[in-house]
Each structure stands twice: as structure tokens, then as C-alpha cells.
Design a protein around this ligand. Sequence first.
Ligand SMILES: Cc1cc2nc3c(=O)[nH]c(=O)nc-3n(C[C@H](O)[C@H](O)[C@H](O)COP(=O)(O)OP(=O)(O)OC[C@H]3O[C@@H](n4cnc5c(N)ncnc54)[C@H](O)[C@@H]3O)c2cc1C
Length: 640
Amino acid sequence: MTLLMSPTEQLTTLGADLRRALDGEFAEVRANARAAFPSQHLHRDPTQDLATARSWVLNRLAELAEAGVLASGVPTNATDPGDPQAAVIAFEMLAHGDLSATIKSGVQLGLFGGAVVNLGTAWHHDTYLADITSLKLLGCYAMTEIGHGSDVFGLETTITYVPETDEFEVHSQTEDATKAYIGNAASHGTMAVVFGQLQVRGRSYGVHAILVPLRDPHGLDLPGIITGDHGGKGGLLGVDNGTIRFERVRVPRRMLLDRYGGVDERGRYSSPIDNPNRRFFTMLATLVRGRICVGAGAGIAARRGLSIATRYALQRRLFPASGHPDGVLLADYLIHQRRLLPLIARSYALGFAQNEVTATLVRVQSGEPVSDEEQRQLETRAAGLKAITTRFANDALQECREACGGAGYLAENQLVGLRADVDIFATFEGDNTVLLQQVAKALLADYAKIWGELDTIGMVQAAARVFGDTVLERTSASVAVERLIATASRQPERATLDDRGWQAWMFTERERHSMESLARRARKAGKGFDALNQLGDHLLFVAKAHLERITLEAFIAGIDACPDAEAKQELERLCSLFALSSISADRAWFGEHGKLSAPRSKAIGAQLNALCARLRPDSLALVEGLGIPAPWLGAAFLDD
Ligand SMILES: Cc1cc2nc3c(=O)[nH]c(=O)nc-3n(C[C@H](O)[C@H](O)[C@H](O)COP(=O)(O)OP(=O)(O)OC[C@H]3O[C@@H](n4cnc5c(N)ncnc54)[C@H](O)[C@@H]3O)c2cc1C
């Protein structure tokens, strides 16, 4: 394996080994990407005003395009299949710098370009892809409307076929139909992929997408287009988000992105998918990469924050004490270790889970035939991982800011900018609460299917045993995890707290028990809005329990794959820190359900302290392992 190392970076041996382990099967490609990344304009001046920030970001995108980084993996014509792995890694690299640039590139290439690639056909690819990847044609992904964010199925924009002129008319029927929050809409976008209800000869065919030009070469709205500017936002200052309205705008028929449904020259609609709901969800599923990228980007943002806060804790001294005349290093306060080290451990855990979902994406989008099952599992995991990683990034960055005191509040030290920019990651590409509900509903549907099948063949009583093998779809660590759990589950209260089998058993029990009781309650509640609405908190608990389990299993697989003994041992400690922190956070639930005695619950606190104390001397190596090169952190208060 050839590992190119950034010339400006010196790593400890343990740090380098941990980094290689966490980069996993993408170690070589990530190391090369780091070495090749144009890092001279990573950070934006935080004092920039709105207009300057927007033009800075546009220039940065041009610079990245010039360096060949921006459109890495994105297809440029109809015959180019693209490279999902390269696209995700490129997005991760972008997240090492200004997040407005990262998100604007996501809008341009992942959303606008991605819609043209995945929803369009050869003419759209040949006509537009080269200009999209070179940034000659800047575009928007106009799905959300004022009245319809999470519930995009009910969009009100209409796309009506006009047989007399062989065109489509795009129209915002109501105020609520105004497209809102759209990236690139306020000033730079000259075309949009617009989602709306397709109407052909008085019949509605559900949501479709169409390309609509927005602005002339002078940047002025074209006739019938009314754009608006959202102006200042809570973060991502350099992205020009805005509104778009359409007043009976006409475009030629071929502008409809017609891979999943189109209208021929005689005005007849046809689609390879009959059911409109299934058609729409198939269209959305092709865009799964965006969700994976947002999760990956949030993970990198959290790693940047943790790297900054940890390095600061290793240089900041406070309160002289015996044996510490110059003050105690912040990193030596146990309470400080308890604030940062579990977050570092979770960062590793989520990194391993992210590797798995990226690998699945690459397999599913490789062009090889994939089962519906695999496709569905990818969508569920991408949605779930996006939700928990963006939640984590928000929490971690707030903790990092506070862990650096007043210095953490200065923009020049990066943390407040990161925190502000990452905030909205919890909402776009699918609101987290809504995504977690989707995850739980998908699990519930699997459970009901398996239960139904068992019932049919008279084996309901065997369901509990089968549950472990079927509903709990195992990750790549499956066999090893099964073995560990089997041993520990015989006498769980006698296992030591760092017994991986016991930890995995606790994670599995949390998911199994909560899933079974949810299924029971759902069956009893029956159908309809009120029935499921009452189960909302239970749905979220199940989704989180599921995601925690697959994250732990990904961590275990990552440890198994680590070739270096010292790094492996360190990962074992981090994994215990992650697992015990997760169990501790739900200790009330475990206690209520007879899975954790009071003395054992108390002992977890002591074990967390012991793990933190053991990991403390390796703090620097731990953050080196997170993979953010120190010279890229850009925090003014860090020593060189
Ligand atoms: C900076 C930014 C950039 C964006 N870029 C784009 C873009 O380029 N293109 C685009 O099309 N869109 C874009 N969006 C829109 C984004 O995808 C939506 O904001 C998001 O889908 C949520 O929709 P909403 O804002 O209408 O919130 P809502 O759907 O109204 O949600 C509001 C609250 O209600 C809760 N909620 C919703 N449904 C349920 C439910 N069933 N059960 C329980 N709780 C529920 C949610 O958890 C949330 O807390 C962007 C948004 C922002 C802020």
C-alpha cells in the first residue's frame, strides 16, 4: 500500500496507526486525497460580510474545480458511470475546510448534478453534465416549498404538459408552493431542477423533476421567474439560499428528467414504475449519496472540533497545585477527560460505521445487480447514520466550544464557526427526527414481515430466536459478534464491564426488547394516524437502539481489521468507552428492564473514569488518529 503523507504533518507512531485503522478500507485513498488536497484557502475570514462570503466561496469552488478535486467521481457524460467512492471521499475532504464551500459544492454536484445524473437520461447528461462539473452552469435543487419540507410528497408546484406547443408549464399555484431555502437560488444559480406534481391531459402522475432556466447571462430573473434572497442565516454564510416562484414558466418537453417517467411526442405518459408512491421513493432513493455525504461531513466537522479542543487542553494550564507549580494541564483534570474522551471514542465509532455505509453505497452503485433488500438496507442505514452523526456533531461542537472557555468563543479559533455551520446539518437532507421515525418504521415493517411469515408456517413461538438472525440484520462483524454475545449472555451479570460480548449483548437486548414491545404496541394500536402518533417516542428509541448496535458492530469489525497490536489495544479501550457511555446514557432503561443491577450501574461510572485516565496519555495520538492534519485546523490559539 502506498501512503502519501502530507509533507507538513508529523505524526506519532500510534497516531499514524490509529489513523490507518480508522480510515479502514479507504486508508490509501484517503491518505492520497489528504496529500493532494489544495489546502491554501481552507478557512474563510469570519469577519466577511454576506456578499464577500458568497463570492469567496464561489472563488474557492472554482479553485477546487481547477485542482480536479470538486467533481471527483461525478460523471461528466452519458457513458461515464461515475465513482461513488471518489465522490464521498472528495466531500469528506471538502469538509476539512470552510463548510459553506462544502455545502455549495454539495448543492451543485451532489444535488443539482446528482439529479441530472440519476433522474435524467442521455440527452440531459450529454447536454449539461460537462458544464455542471466545470461550474459553467450553476444550478439549484428546488424541492422544498414553504408549505412542504419533510412532507415533500405533497408538493404544490405543478408541471403541466401543454400539447399545443409540446412544452411543460411550471407554476407555483399558491404561496405555500414557493420553493424555499434553496441553495444557489439567491444569486448564483442559472438553472434549477424543480420538483412538482406532473399533470398530463388532466391526470396527475405524482412528483417529477424538470430543468428550468432561472437567470439570463446578466444574472437577472428570466420572465416568469421570481427569485428571493434569504439573506443572513444561522451559519453557512457563503451559501446563497433563497426562494423561487414560477409564474406559468414554459420549457420544452425534453427538459423533464424522464428516467422514471416521461411524456412522448404524442403527449402520452409512460413510466417503468406504475405505482406513483413507489416511483417517487425510487427517485429519492437514487439520491442516497447526498445523505451519506452530509453524515460524513458532520463527522469530519466533529473531528475538527475535537482535535482543536484536545490540543488546546494539552497546552492550557490552570490552578497551580502541589506538584504543578505552573498550573494543572486542562487535559489532566478527570472531569475534562470525561467531557472530551467519550466524544472522541464515539467519533471513532461513527467513523467505522460511516466506512461501512460508504462501502455498501459503492457496492450498491457499482452497476452489479443488487437485491431490493440490500438497496432498502442502504437507505435505512444512510438515513439513520445521517441523523445520529449530525446530532453528535452538534453536541460535540458545543462541548468543544465550552471546553475551550472564552478562547473557544473567538471566531479565530474556529469552533463557533464550525458549530454555526453544522447546526443545519440536523435539518437538511432530511430532518433528523423524521429520519429516525423512518428508520424505526422500516424496522417495524421487517419485523411484521418476518412475524407474518413465521405465523404462516406455525412457528411464532420460535420468533424470539429467529429475531437475532433476521430482524437484527448484522453488520460485517456478524459472526464474531454472535459468538461473543452467546458466551456473555449465559451469565451477563458475571461478565466484566469491559467484556465486549456483554457490551454487545446489552446493545442487542436494548434493540430486541424495545423492538418487540413496539411491535406488540403497534399491533394493538391498529392503523391510522393516532395509533402510530402515540408511539412516537418509542419509535425514536428503537431507531437509536438499532443505530447504536450497528455502530458498535462496525467498531468491532474495525478492531478486527486493525493490523497493529498497539493501535488495536487502544481501539479496544476506545470501543469500551463508547459502549459503556452508551449503556450509561440509557442506564434507567436497562435498570427498568432488569438488564442492569444498581451496583453494576454504579460501577460503570468508575470504569468510565478508569478508561479515561488510561487513555489520557495518548490524547494527542487519539486526535491524530481522527485524521485531521494539524496544520489544517486553523485555530489561532494552538501552538505550532
Ligand atoms: C440552509 C438550508 C439549506 C437548504 N437547502 C435546500 C436545497 O438546496 N434544496 C431543497 O430542496 N431544500 C433545501 N433545504 C430545505 C430542507 O431540506 C428542509 O428545511 C427540511 O427538509 C425540513 O423541512 P422544513 O424546514 O419545512 O421543516 P418541517 O418539515 O416543517 O419540520 C419542522 C419540525 O417539525 C418536525 N416534524 C416534521 N414532521 C414530523 C412528524 N411527522 N413527526 C414529528 N415531528 C415532525 C421536524 O422534526 C422539525 O423539528 C434547505 C434548508 C436550509 C435551512
